[in-house]
Design a protein around this ligand. Structure first.
Ligand SMILES: *[C@@H]1O[C@H](CO)[C@@H](O)[C@H](O)[C@H]1NC(C)=O
Ligand SMILES: *[C@@H]1O[C@H](CO)[C@@H](O)[C@H](O)[C@H]1NC(C)=O
Ligand SMILES: *[C@@H]1O[C@H](CO)[C@@H](O)[C@H](O)[C@H]1NC(C)=O
Ligand SMILES: *[C@@H]1O[C@H](CO)[C@@H](O)[C@H](O)[C@H]1NC(C)=O
Ligand SMILES: *[C@@H]1O[C@H](CO)[C@@H](O)[C@H](O)[C@H]1NC(C)=O
Ligand SMILES: *[C@@H]1O[C@H](CO)[C@@H](O)[C@H](O)[C@H]1NC(C)=O
Ligand SMILES: *[C@@H]1O[C@H](CO)[C@@H](O)[C@H](O)[C@H]1NC(C)=O
Ligand SMILES: *[C@@H]1O[C@H](CO)[C@@H](O)[C@H](O)[C@H]1NC(C)=O
Ligand SMILES: *[C@@H]1O[C@H](CO)[C@@H](O)[C@H](O)[C@H]1NC(C)=O
Ligand SMILES: *[C@@H]1O[C@H](CO)[C@@H](O)[C@H](O)[C@H]1NC(C)=O
Ligand SMILES: *[C@@H]1O[C@H](CO)[C@@H](O)[C@H](O)[C@H]1NC(C)=O
Ligand SMILES: CC(=O)N[C@H]1CO[C@H](CO)[C@@H](O)[C@@H]1O
Length: 435
């Protein structure tokens, strides 16, 4: 609480004393021919032109109540620009067209914004400010071939800035990955990501935020998707994620997957997830690093997490691999080192009645691999790859109950007592008992 107050104070002081970017003098209101063409014509030439005219010290506006077809990817280098998204944006509904743009390398990320001081400002009105990606036929086509995602899916947005913000970002039925956050000092508030499939087809890889920058804050997210709500990637430092609800078939609040190499070890430090509700997910708090990984993940905290019907709420693996590859093909017995990890105040229910989700297309399911004796009552699963790779883990206030009458249980491997004096329970398989 004390650190939270300090954080708030420093946040407000920073806001009061340093809001000093140059005036944004130019204004570009983007015209639309959506209505006059019955939704047929492409507005991306007008959008690209606005982004080049208003690339510096400017404000770009997608007007309220107006629709825009963005049939071609937009890539803009900006400097001190506010992008107001008050209208609704539409990606092409033609799957093969999008695939051909991605394949030709022209559209692997649909919106690419980079440069200093960029603010993406959506709108609070629930009917406006959406990016509609029409992912449903992609989810359905994928299910028809029993794969983990069609080839040539675009990422939705990369946002690379310093001293910028993302407010009320709203994405409906993304085709795949959502927003990559890179750079330094970015505040994201009130994002909404809705990747709920209207059929039994799973929305694969609809990760919400991929974070690989420094001093990044994400507040009050509403994320309903089919992969990580937040994935902390290599090079992420000082990331604070607080408030909100994630659910549907989300895979939770994740660090990784981290891999690294001897020449380029990963380094992830000072990450804090706080006060978040997680519903119907496989995982709530997950760490994943690959077989044969190199590097360090240090000072990572999840606190005040409420789970509802989550299959494996606290989960650590240092031997992650893709369900499309065989574990036997992966080399090496090094691993990304984990140090100073804290899990505090987890409450709620473990999904014991219908564990797992629709992302399982392999036998065994990717999420059950290596867990031979799952009882589906596990509150905690910690798989360290060696007796040296997990250090200073601490669990406190873990109070999660399985559905049914069984007590909560734990699977724990190689988190040695000597290097984890505050672990909070004995590292062995069985009933979870706080010590
Ligand atoms: C979809 O796009 C492809 C490739 O550009 C094109 O050949 C096809 O006619 C389009 N389909 C529709 C229904 O517009
Ligand atoms: C972070 O960016 C905001 C603008 O979004 C700015 O007001 C603030 O001064 C920056 N903080 C630091 C520490 O530079
Ligand atoms: C699901 O969404 C697709 C695409 O938007 C639509 O064509 C279809 O009718 C919807 N199906 C249901 C059951 O709502
Ligand atoms: C997030 O939500 C909390 C609780 O509703 C509110 O107090 C806080 O101001 C919100 N934060 C932001 C950045 O909107
Ligand atoms: C990891 O990055 C942090 C922050 O930039 C730095 O302080 C630390 O020295 C780095 N650690 C390693 C092992 O590279
Ligand atoms: C650990 O990370 C938190 C932010 O989550 C930060 O406030 C704290 O200073 C870090 N501790 C160390 C020892 O760097
Ligand atoms: C924690 O989340 C709850 C529920 O969303 C909210 O009411 C409360 O204000 C939040 N507290 C903080 C410190 O953000
Ligand atoms: C729990 O989540 C699973 C998987 O998402 C779902 O099938 C099931 O209906 C949920 N159960 C409850 C009680 O909500
Ligand atoms: C794995 O560890 C063993 C024993 O420490 C060592 O002999 C072997 O070379 C290692 N293999 C790889 C690929 O690093
Ligand atoms: C955990 O919950 C207790 C009781 O609600 C509270 O006093 C404490 O501050 C919480 N811990 C953290 C790290 O938020
Ligand atoms: C604990 O459970 C895991 C996962 O099923 C298993 O691999 C491991 O061998 C078990 N440990 C012991 C000591 O039985
Ligand atoms: C979490 C996640 O996978 N995020 C992805 C979002 O999309 C960007 C590119 O637009 C990727 O770089 C991220 O990895």
């Amino acid at each position: 609480m004390q650190s939270f107050i300090l954080f708030l104070l420093s946040f407000f002081i920073t806001v009061i004393y340093s809001y000093s970017h140059s005036p944004r003098v130019e204004v570009c209101n983007i015209p639309s021919i959506y209505a006059s063409s019955d939704g047929e014509a492409d507005d991306s030439p007008a959008i690209a032109s606005a982004f080049s005219r208003c690339a510096k010290d400017a404000t770009i506006v997608f007007s309220e109540g107006v629709n825009y077809n963005v049939f071609r990817p937009i890539s803009a280098k900006l400097d001190n620009v506010a992008i107001h998204v008050k209208g609704n944006i539409h990606l092409p509904q033609n799957v093969t067209l999008v695939q051909s743009l991605v394949k030709s390398k022209k559209g692997s990320t649909w919106f690419q914004f980079s440069g200093p001081q960029i603010d993406y400002i959506g709108i609070a009105d629930v009917n406006q400010g959406w990016i509609n990606s029409y992912g449903q036929p992609w989810y359905d086509a994928n299910a028809a071939v029993k794969g983990t995602g069609l080839p040539n899916r675009p990422h939705l947005m990369s946002f690379t800035t310093t001293d910028g913000s993302v407010q009320y970002f709203k994405s409906k039925k993304p085709i795949g990955w959502n927003v990559s956050l890179k750079g330094n000092n970015i505040t994201v508030s009130n994002p909404v990501i809705d990747a709920v499939s209207n059929s039994s087809s799973f929305p694969f890889n609809t990760d919400a935020f991929g974070v690989s920058g420094s001093n990044i804050r994400i507040f009050n997210m509403s994320v309903f998707n089919g992969d990580d709500a937040v994935a902390i990637g290599p090079g992420a430092h000082n990331v604070f994620v607080q408030g909100g609800t994630i659910g549907y078939q989300t895979h939770g609040l994740s660090i990784g997957s981290l891999k690294g190499s001897p020449n380029s070890p990963v380094n992830v430090t000072n990450i804090h997830f706080d006060n978040i509700t997680v519903k119907d997910s496989i995982y709530a708090a997950r760490f994943k690093s690959w077989v044969g990984g190199y590097g360090l993940a240090k000072n990572i905290t999840w606190s005040n997490i409420r789970v509802e019907n989550v299959s494996m709420p606290i989960f650590v693996t240092q031997t992650y691999y893709n369900q499309a590859t065989s574990i036997a093909q992966l080399d090496g017995n090094s691993s990304v080192q984990m140090e100073d990890f804290t899990w505090t105040n987890f409450t709620g229910t473990i999904n014991s009645l219908n564990p797992g989700d629709g992302s399982c297309v392999s036998e065994p399911c990717w999420y059950n691999t290596g867990l031979a004796d799952l009882k589906h009552t596990e509150a905690v699963i910690i798989e360290c790859s060696s007796e040296r790779s997990c250090k200073n883990f601490a669990l406190k206030g873990i109070d999660m109950r399985p559905q049914g009458m069984d007590p909560a249980s734990v699977i724990c491997m190689k988190a040695m007592a000597a290097s984890n004096p505050k672990l909070g329970f004995e590292c062995k398989n069985g009933t979870f008992a706080a010590s």
